[in-house]
Design a protein around this ligand. Structure first.
Ligand code: ATP
Length: 392
């Protein structure tokens, strides 16, 4: 279909970036980027109509995303040149040919392309020695101003190096140091900085990525010493989390792993440090609320939770206001047997206990409606949690 559509629209299509890289590495790639020499949005819409797939277009970026029934996505990008008027700001996009489009890319291993149409179908483009770098396991930048133009590439370099078990090539590493010395990371907008930070938390080996970012001096550019902990993040490493599989694989517990890692990372953060961090990073409402909840709770209730005599109903009262991710963070970060027991009991058992008695039943008993209903129902639930009654 792509070939036929290219012919009728008079354009060329290339698969570029992660999918080509992962193909050579024999790794699975989730999504795919197709660069169109022509109008990527019109091309994607026509293809979507032919195949009956949903396509969303993003006018300002000249791109479109096609959703496949399998859940995978294909991004269609109008091939472009990018011009950076100001370091660290978003570039101006000018439609251009494939070669320009490959030059604007971050690393040699991400600048490989394969043509999908016409007489040159299957032609492989490797302008910057990307295939050799894949063999040598190297992350190499394409030009010396790259990190100054777009400092988010520093985070990307570390993510790829850790994910693929590659090394950041020497000259590239020295350019990262130069960009950091020029305060490039600090000049990113809070939105772009937060997205880069969250994309590190989305990686499987987050703790190792953070260690590398710390070694390079990136974290010191963003956070105050003592406001974050890489050690806590290590508790999300696969071998450690296996111990809690009963929680993470329980169908009744839904956990956003990125949010949980965010909470673990900021576990030592004080309220005033968090206020300063919020000036440089902007998270969505739920994420910010959860970090605040974790900090407040850690300061107010940790001593209470370490006591051994709390009844299930008391534990329920303490933990019920918290997000699941905050409870899991306390469980992992505190490393305290009693807290672990209380959290497990709440997550696996107490929070699922339901009352069958309702206000209607109280009305039938002739009790006059009012505040008393809440008090009675709360006490019945407490009695049920403490196994003083088994029904209701
Ligand atoms: P993955 O999605 O597995 O992390 P990917 O390579 O597909 O890897 P994307 O973030 O989806 O990563 O980006 C797609 C492609 O767009 C990259 O391969 C790269 O060529 C290019 N790209 C993305 N972000 C940048 C950037 N900040 N600077 C330059 N090129 C970029």
């Amino acid at each position: 279909e792509i070939d036929a559509l290219c012919q009728s629209a008079g354009c060329n299509a290339y698969i570029v970036g992660g999918a080509v890289r992962d193909y050579f590495l024999r790794m699975d790639s989730c999504d795919m980027d197709i660069v169109i020499e022509g109008n990527g949005m019109i091309f994607a819409k026509s293809l979507g109509e032919k195949l009956n797939y949903i396509v969303k277009t993003y006018e300002p970026f000249l791109t479109a995303t096609m959703q496949l029934p399998s859940g995978q996505k294909i991004d269609f990008i109008t091939s472009r040149k990018e011009v950076y008027l100001k370091p660290a700001a978003l570039p101006i996009i000018i439609p251009a040919g494939l070669i320009e489009d490959l030059k604007r890319r971050d690393f040699s291993i991400n600048s490989l392309a394969i043509q999908l149409n016409g007489r040159d179908k299957g032609r492989f483009y490797d302008l910057f020695g990307g295939l050799q770098d894949l063999k040598d396991k190297k992350i190499r930048i394409l030009h010396d101003d790259s990190f100054l133009d777009d400092p988010t590439r520093i985070f990307r370099a570390v993510r790829y190096a850790v994910r693929l078990d590659f090394k950041i090539e020497k000259h590239t590493k020295s350019l990262i140091a130069k960009a950091l010395a020029e305060k490039a990371v600090a000049s990113l907008s809070s939105e772009r900085l937060s997205n880069s930070f969250l994309s590190v938390l989305s990686e499987e080996k987050t703790a190792i990525c953070m260690e590398e970012l710390n070694r390079l001096g990136v974290l010191a550019e963003i956070f105050l010493q003592g406001s974050f902990s890489i050690n806590e993040l290590r508790k999300m490493d696969d071998d450690k989390i296996i111990r809690y599989n009963v929680l993470f694989e329980s169908p009744g517990i839904s956990c956003d792993p990125v949010l949980l890692k965010l909470l673990l990372f900021f576990f030592p953060c004080s309220l005033s440090d968090w206020q300063s961090i919020k000036r440089v990073l902007s998270f969505d409402k739920k994420y910010s609320h959860c970090v605040l909840q974790m900090i407040e709770y850690r300061e107010k209730f940790m001593d209470t939770l370490q006591q051994s005599h709390l009844s299930p109903a008391e534990v329920y009262q303490l933990l019920r206001p918290l997000y699941t991710e905050v409870i899991l963070c306390l469980l992992l970060a505190c490393d305290h047997l009693q807290i672990e027991r209380y959290c497990m009991m709440f997550l696996l058992d107490s929070q699922h206990i339901k009352l069958h008695v309702t206000g209607k039943d109280l009305l039938n008993l002739g009790i006059k409606p009012g505040e008393i209903y809440g008090i009675i129902l709360k006490q019945v639930l407490a009695a049920k949690l403490d196994h003083k009654i088994v029904t209701y």
